[in-house]
Design a protein around this ligand. Structure first.
Ligand code: PMP
Length: 599
């Protein structure tokens, strides 16, 4: 055990304060005459394993790392500080890609700036977090040690030998010629009135161990985020912690571990409720993923409430998961399925949707963000029009929850579904949100333990939601992991994530448009981080294979959304999809490989 841990398992505060002071004194740009910021005893990191968020109340947090070269240990293709890290101003006319970060050489001292919290978290010192003992202990001490060691040591040599070309900096000539005015982040402006970076992508990346992976002798560039997202250390550690200290079945025992596991599981439910802004924890049902959630609704509410001649409306953008269950139900019950068309940009045609609605419409099921094209649908409008027609609404949030803030009460959908693995959480866990009354009026689709109040051979009484829909032993550990993922993105701030990704998407779109023979599929005005395309003269799998040689992971295929690709006359596309940990340098590399293919 570390010397910074007392026998009682708590951090040795004196020792840690000493280390903290050592650290602050050694930070370049902190004047020796200025009092060092006092380090909080319960050192908390919004990102968990980073120190950038120390609540000093003097603007320290948002400037510290970007002004200390060694504090941003970057390597490989991710070495380029993205434009989001350009000091005070994000200049969209010249987003830096593979150049040095000007912030690193800025002469002004970060500590002299007014207080700005890049994570939009107010007064962290008074915020109570349900941090586990290990989180407080580990993150604080570990972060500090890490930062200190970076200040005094040569960075460790990577364990995996990398061929020289693997770390070669990609060419940096892909600059945007014209961009809208400077990006503004509401409530996030500094003294100059100019934009403060929402977060530093190079620091965020440190939380994702897999991003350091070497594939095909190149550093991994993960652009397959629409298929699944990578997991931060905080999620990985949380799941390990569960199995090391809490593992038990839940709800049904009086022993200590059952209590811990139940608290952890129900705590995760609470986090999901807050994340979606649901009215009650009872509206949150843990399932295997978005697919299972949709099937649950189809096979319970659908089976019980739909009758021959009733109509279900889906959109042309749907993932197979939001088509097949309804088709199965339609075949069984003689229902009719109608499809909302999209225009040539992949946008829902609202006027056509309105024409489809009638008294026979019993359900509208549609995606908030298309996984194949990235289109963001006018969800609120679609929901309210459906309700006007007396229909229920299911919103598929599989692709939206990781990219934008979601508020199910504002959205007013009757059900909302998503998968944990698309929002930086584990696979095998997902969520069905449903309005509480509706859930309780619906008979469960599976029977077994956990979901009952009382069983005799003649009759069973079910729990109310959520228990009635969680028969058997669920995926307890991964639900807890999902809770940790939600904590993670919440600390980064969903608005910050959306803002950063929007910027990255605009940048990537411009670059891909410049590749000769590249046709972008899905050019909606409102888009999330998906860039589907085909490249003249190449099969999509050939493009995918070539990118893979350069360590770039993208999906090529039909993306489980054949109807929408066929709408564009295609059977498959190449689909890079972005997340908040992707950088401009990675986008540069993508564009570079595509250009070289065309040559
Ligand atoms: N809907 C959409 C829009 C999706 O992108 C996906 C996954 N690609 C799903 C539903 C199904 O999610 P899962 O496979 O995690 O159940």
């Amino acid at each position: 055990m570390s010397t910074n841990i007392n026998p009682d398992g708590l951090p040795n505060l004196q020792e840690l304060e000493k280390l903290a002071n050592q650290f602050f004194k050694s930070v370049k740009g902190v004047s020796q005459n200025e009092p060092a910021p006092s380090f909080p005893a319960n050192g908390f990191s919004p990102v968990g394993s980073q120190i950038s968020d120390i609540p000093t109340g003097n603007g320290f947090a948002d400037g510290l790392f970007s002004h200390h070269p060694q504090s941003v240990p970057v390597s490989g293709v991710g070495a380029s500080p993205s434009a989001i890290n350009q000091g005070d101003v994000i200049n969209l006319n010249n987003p830096q890609t593979s150049f040095e970060d000007p912030g690193l050489t800025a002469t002004h001292s970060p500590v002299s700036q007014p207080s700005v919290n890049p994570f939009n978290i107010t007064d962290l010192s008074t915020t109570s977090f349900n941090a586990l003992p290990y989180q407080q202990e580990q993150s604080f001490e570990h972060e500090l040690q890490q930062v200190l060691s970076q200040l005094i040591q040569v960075p460790p040599v990577p364990q995996i030998p990398v061929k020289p070309e693997a770390v070669a900096t990609p060419p940096s000539f892909y600059f945007l010629k014209s961009f809208p005015a400077q990006l503004t982040v509401p409530g996030n402006t500094g003294a100059s009135g100019l934009v403060k970076p929402p977060f530093d992508v190079n620091i965020v990346r440190q939380d994702f161990p897999i991003l350091k992976e070497i594939v095909n002798s190149k550093q991994l560039v993960w652009l397959d985020n629409a298929a699944t997202t990578q997991k931060p250390k905080q999620v990985i550690d949380r799941i390990s912690y569960f199995y090391e200290h809490e593992n038990s079945n839940i709800h049904r025992a009086t022993h200590e571990l059952a209590a811990r596991a139940t608290d952890a599981y129900e705590g995760a439910r609470k986090k999901v409720q807050q994340f979606l802004n649901a009215g009650s924890v009872n509206e949150i049902i843990f399932v295997r993923g978005a697919t299972e959630a949709i099937n649950l609704v189809a096979k319970s509410w659908g089976e019980q409430n739909l009758n021959a001649g009733d109509e279900i409306i889906v959109s042309h953008l749907e993932h197979h998961a939001n088509i097949v269950p309804w088709q199965q139900l339609a075949t069984k019950k003689d229902l009719k399925i109608k499809v909302i068309p999209v225009d040539d940009d992949g946008q829902i045609i609202i006027e056509e949707y309105v024409k489809l609605l009638n008294p026979k419409t019993k359900l509208v099921a549609f995606t908030q963000v298309s996984n194949a094209l990235g289109t963001v649908t006018p969800a609120r409008q679609i929901v309210s029009l459906a309700h006007l027609a007396g229909a229920k609404v299911l919103v598929d949030g599989a692709q939206s929850v990781s990219h934008m803030p979601v508020d199910v009460q504002a959205l007013d959908a009757d059900w909302f579904v998503f998968s944990g693995h698309k929002v930086f959480g584990p696979t095998g866990i997902g969520v069905l949100y449903g309005k509480e009354d509706l859930l309780n009026q619906t008979q469960p689709w599976q029977g077994g333990g956990n979901m009952i109040v009382d069983v005799t051979f003649e009759h069973t009484r079910y729990h109310n939601a959520p228990g009635r829909f969680e028969a058997g032993t669920g995926n307890i550990a991964d639900a807890v992991g999902l809770g940790a993922a939600i904590d993670y993105v919440t600390r980064l701030g969903m608005h910050n994530i959306a803002q950063y990704e929007h910027y990255l998407l605009v940048y990537a779109t411009q670059l891909l448009k410049e590749v000769p023979g590249l046709r972008l599929i899905g050019t909606a005005a409102d888009k999330a981080s998906v860039l589907s395309f085909v490249l003249e003269g190449y099969k999509t799998e050939e493009v995918g294979a070539e990118l893979n040689k350069h360590g770039i992971a993208v999906r090529s295929g039909h993306h489980c959304a054949q109807p929408i690709l066929r709408r564009f006359g295609l059977e498959s596309t190449v689909r890079p999809s972005l997340a908040f940990y992707n950088t401009c340098a990675e986008v540069d590399l993508l564009a570079h490989v595509l250009h070289s293919l065309k040559k």
